[in-house]
Ligand binder design. Sequence first.
Ligand SMILES: Cc1cc2nc3c(=O)[nH]c(=O)nc-3n(C[C@H](O)[C@H](O)[C@H](O)COP(=O)(O)OP(=O)(O)OC[C@H]3O[C@@H](n4cnc5c(N)ncnc54)[C@H](O)[C@@H]3O)c2cc1C
Length: 300
Amino acid sequence: MARPPDQGLVMVGPILMRFGTDAQRARFLPKVLSGEHVWTQGYSEPNAGSDLAAVRTEAVLDGDHFVVNGQKTWTTWGADGTHMFMLVRTDKTVKKQAGISFLLVDLKTPGVTVRPIRNIAGEREFCEVFFDDVRVPQENLVGALNQGWTVAKALLGFERLFTGSPKHSQHTLHQVEKLAQQRGLFDDPAFVARFAQLQLDTADLGAAYTGFAEIAKRGEPIPASISMLKIWSTETYERLAMLLIEAAQDYGGMRDMCRNDEIDMHVVAPLFNAMGAKIFAGSNEIQRNILAKAVLDLPS
Ligand SMILES: Cc1cc2nc3c(=O)[nH]c(=O)nc-3n(C[C@H](O)[C@H](O)[C@H](O)COP(=O)(O)OP(=O)(O)OC[C@H]3O[C@@H](n4cnc5c(N)ncnc54)[C@H](O)[C@@H]3O)c2cc1C
């Protein structure tokens, strides 16, 4: 059976394999694999995006449960999700990063409210999720109490690996090729040069992705240099998306899924996706900061 590589497969699964207890692995991993649980990511909040350690959604221990109050935002697939992995503040008295924990939450728990947000394409891709005295069993804590920042960063490594996949660029390259053939653009040497450049960039992306995927497969920590893959992947995708729009010529502004005799594809969709991909998993500006500090060792 075909299924998309959702956040259960690419984020929660690998995290539970590394940081989960045996009981958490037995309880959650089979349902990640079967697709019965649809996982969502509860990291961002209205005042905690790039500055993720500023999360304020609070979890207070009450007997054998945490009581969660606060709000998450930009939750992809929130309206379809059954579960959320989330960062919560469990200690307000220490340095920001030292008071965060990583919790798994069933979104059907009383007190959870999910409100959809429309994206630039008019689709209900994201949600805001509100938590009002939501009781979460203590056994849903991943890693130790107040050690969630370590788990959070490891998960971001997997998210950046997933975002670094060449599949979107490869698909858009094929779309450009198809359109260029239909419209005779390969007769133009300037177009051929640009296409060849992006074809090589996409091949480089595939090679870089394979290298990082091998690190993950060996079970080694994903290095900070994964930020380079995230930038390369999303910016190659964006350049291809722009070339697709140019290749569509008079039809480049076609916004909807409608097809006509001239153009048989959604020309603007890759650009919408690429714009979002440059922001999620940590914006590309933040990735450049990480490369400067953690890889090149430049001063802050
Ligand atoms: C398509 C999409 C899907 C998403 N899905 C999810 C999801 O499922 N779950 C989730 O938790 N979040 C999700 N997000 C949210 C995403 O993680 C945040 O949007 C992102 O981290 C940026 O945070 P922000 O929106 O608060 O922007 P801000 O942090 O306010 O940043 C605004 C701008 O300032 C720049 N900036 C900020 N700080 C610095 C700095 N120190 N140096 C240089 N530039 C800086 C940023 O690069 C950006 O351009 C999604 C976002 C998008 C676009």
